[in-house]
Design a protein around this ligand. Structure first.
Ligand SMILES: C/C=C(\C)C(=O)SCCNC(=O)CCNC(=O)[C@H](O)C(C)(C)COP(=O)(O)OP(=O)(O)OC[C@H]1O[C@@H](n2cnc3c(N)ncnc32)[C@H](O)[C@@H]1OP(=O)(O)O
Length: 719
């Protein structure tokens, strides 16, 4: 909706009213069309100001409307009518002008922004392009290079940057609407021809063809299969090379392709999924809106290895006082130096002072006595972690939250070491912890809603997307990774090469295939865990069959590589070879190919031709199957939680929506049928056996993903 008022006698003020972000819903568009007509027809009105209520100009098209039938006046003619108006129209931009909101402002003749406002064309992040004339007007206003940057990245820019680009005409620290009204009065009689952006020529640099080629190459390289960034470049190229009307036609064609693509649907689903995870719930019924967090002023980090350092940086950068504890003097000195470097580099990038004074370093665990929350980040060893939790429980205030950055150990066992197990939760960060957006907040059977709410809020404050998950081996992310890694190894046993498996996964859109990723993280990490679990078997005298563990198929390939000292990038050898230890350029290794041949011969495995489809289906469907088990077990509240974890923590390509959304796109019956097929071929691989929930969903007619929670509830209640 929109409201009309006459101010200062001669200015028609149109206020968009659609909380929370004044999105351009059908009702809002109708309001703008009607009220523009009214303002133009009233003779006393000499100029018009468009603003949004509650200090927010406009968050763009109403994304919720994308899935349904289009109703109400379309955006493009509405914006054209504003631009063609006979009276000056001024956009008063407060808060945000994003997507269609900025396109609306570009249709106005003038733009006044508050100094704290942000503007941008983020449509690319929703699998779209600025399809209401934005791709044609923006380059005409600010030039091709700047428009390409904004449109292909979707980044928001500050009012100051927008002023520099010429995207807004004025910025103010005062009441933007008042300033815009005064401005509108001043320009009331001025001619408008020079203010209609669609009539501007598109000024291009002399080497524009080279520029487009370079940008297209960069976009193709980084898009990982996403089509919207490429369409964005094509649309801007149309602005640079065609008259406005033809450019608009090209924008429309490209938009139609994107709009109906599965990628746009996936990205729009993901937009809401990211927000849905904030509305967490626990099986006990505790929820985000009924559980109040307790404020955290001072936190501590125990253990300053790679993870502890990153967590310390994340906390300090967000303004928390941190006590950083490392018991070994040498490690403490090294960590201090590394943390200071990280803070200084980060601060330089962001143009702020480094938060060095936020951190107090110490070797003694006693120094955490007065903190509100501790994050333990010592080595992934249960006995060690238990000891640390016992010490923390003795040293800290009774009200201190004790959190573990374990990547998969039992939170309950740690909680049992403390006086107040209800204040214990997992806070599973992802490396590098000051960069990666994901945080799994893990609740054990004893964790209180207060502890979960506090960890979730702390995550938000340090800029993480936090997902509340239940306690089980590997939680959500690493639990699902297990069958994926396992299938990749089985594929090698059966005839594939690491290069081929990685190529298929990278073509699908992963930043790195499974083997390149293992080389980067270090093969020894998983090896140590498998040894602790009694799986890896360096000693052939144990009598266990090499390729069988606990009645299931097991691949010792990773263990065999570790026994050779091949730990990945850090040793210069792993699934690939590298020029030197630490190098990142992976090259196929003939040694590894011979090793695989010998291994297959030794175990009488006959290599068969493995194609693209088999790699993708076995790796992804086994992981998805585990995702369904996780939902069935109540470890994740809904498919959105899993998808957000996979996109932010495991580089799952966002334009496929996440593994569970992908399963819905492929068709649950197809996933089920292919799992059945592979399980029949590999009955000793339980992760390929389709789980009950998947069968139940298929039997219920494969409802849309938004309806899965209803089926999940039924399945859980029957268990
Ligand atoms: C063609 C396509 C055209 C013309 C387009 O315009 S596409 C849309 C382009 N606009 C965007 O991409 C903006 C999307 N929104 C955001 O980036 C952010 O929400 C925000 C910066 C506007 C506000 O961020 P924040 O303050 O952190 O709040 P939330 O993100 O939590 O959002 C609050 C609630 O508003 C809902 N929302 C936000 N934008 C839209 C929108 N464009 N359409 C519909 N709903 C929107 C969001 O889902 C939150 O709702 P709840 O989840 O809390 O119910």
């Amino acid at each position: 909706m929109a409201q009309y008022t006459r101010v200062s006698g001669s200015v028609g003020l149109i206020t968009l009213q659609s909380p929370p972000v004044n999105a351009l819903s059908a009702a809002v568009r109708q309001g703008i069309v009607d009220l523009m007509q009214r303002a133009l027809s009233e003779p006393e009105v000499k100029s018009v100001v468009i603003c949004g209520q509650n200090g927010i100009f406009c968050g763009g098209a109403d994304i919720k409307e994308f899935g349904g039938q289009m109703s109400g006046p379309p955006l493009i003619p509405m914006i054209h009518a504003i631009e063609a108006a006979s009276k000056p129209v001024v956009a008063a931009i407060e808060g945000i002008a994003l997507g269609g909101g900025l396109e609306l402002a570009l249709g106005c003749h003038y733009r006044i922004a508050h100094s704290k406002a942000r503007v941008g064309l983020p449509e690319v992040t929703l699998g779209l392009l600025p399809g209401a004339g934005g791709s044609q007007r923006l380059p005409r206003l600010i030039g091709v290079p700047a428009a390409l940057d904004l449109i292909t990245t979707g980044r928001h820019v500050t009012a100051a940057e927008a002023l520099k680009f010429g995207l807004v005409d004025q910025i103010t620290d005062h009441n933007t609407v008042n300033v815009a009204v005064k401005f509108a009065q001043r320009v009331a009689d001025q001619p408008l021809d020079a203010r209609r952006i669609s009539t501007y020529p598109c000024l291009c640099p002399s080497d524009v063809a080279v520029l487009f080629e370079e940008v297209m190459q960069r976009v193709r390289r980084t898009a990982r299969g996403a089509i919207a960034p490429i369409a964005c470049v094509q649309a801007v190229r149309a602005a640079a090379t065609l008259p406005y009307n033809q450019g608009m036609e090209r924008e429309r064609e490209l938009m139609a392709t994107l709009f109906t693509s599965g990628q746009a649907r996936a990205l729009q689903y993901f937009f809401f999924a990211q927000r849905a995870v904030g509305r967490w719930s626990m099986p006990s019924g505790a929820r985000w809106d009924t559980s109040k967090p307790r404020p955290v002023h001072k936190a501590a980090v125990i253990g300053l290895g790679t993870m502890g350092r990153g967590i310390t940086v994340a906390l300090a950068q967000a303004g928390f006082s941190v006590v950083a504890v490392e018991t070994q003097e040498k490690q403490l000195m090294e960590a201090k130096q590394a943390i200071s470097g990280m803070l200084e580099r980060g601060a330089k990038r962001r143009g702020v002072a480094p938060a060095l004074d936020k951190i107090n370093y110490g070797r003694n665990i006693q120094s955490v006595a007065d903190v509100d929350l501790v994050i333990e980040a010592v080595f992934e060893d249960m006995a060690l972690k238990k000891k640390v939790f016992q010490q923390l429980s003795a040293v800290c205030k009774p009200s201190t939250f004790l959190c573990s950055n374990t990547s998969g150990l039992d939170i309950d066992q740690l909680a049992c070491q403390t006086r107040n197990p209800e204040l214990v939760v997992g806070m599973h960060f992802f490396a590098p912890a000051h960069v990666m957006k994901l945080l799994e907040v893990v609740y054990g059977p004893k964790s209180s809603p207060l502890a979960v709410a506090t960890a979730m809020q702390l995550g938000k404050k340090i800029g993480k997307v936090s997902v509340a998950v239940g306690n089980c081996r590997g939680f959500v992310g690493n639990r699902m990774l297990k069958p994926y890694l396992e299938q990749a190894l089985f594929l090698l046993e059966e005839g594939a090469t690491p290069e081929f498996v990685d190529q298929v996964l990278e073509e699908f859109g992963f930043a790195m295939g499974v083997f390149r990723m293992s080389d980067l993280s270090g093969l020894d990490v998983g090896w140590k865990v498998r040894m602790a679990d009694g799986l890896a078997m360096p000693d052939p005298t144990t009598g266990q069959p090499t390729r069988l563990r606990q009645g299931r198929r097991y691949s010792p390939l990773g263990d065999l590589l570790c026994e050779q000292g091949r730990f990945g990038q850090k040793t210069g050898r792993g699934w690939y070879q590298y020029d030197k230890p630490g190098s990142q350029v992976a090259k196929p290794d003939p040694w590894l190919h011979s090793f695989l041949d010998e291994y297959r011969a030794r175990h009488a495995l006959v290599a068969h031709r493995i194609d693209h489809q088999e790699v993708l289906e076995r790796c992804l469907y086994s992981m998805i199957n585990e995702g369904f088990r996780i939902l069935e077990d109540g470890i994740a509240a809904g498919p959105e939680d899993i998808d957000v974890i996979y996109v932010f923590g495991y580089s799952w390509p966002r334009h496929h929506g996440g593994p569970m959304f992908y399963a819905a796109t492929v068709g649950l019956n197809k996933v089920l049928e292919r799992l059945e097929h592979y399980y029949q071929a590999h009955p000793d691989v339980p992760s390929l056996q389709p789980c009950h929930l998947l069968r139940k969903l298929v039997a219920s007619g494969s409802p849309p993903i938004q309806k899965w929670r209803e089926v999940i509830k039924k399945v859980r209640s029957q268990l």
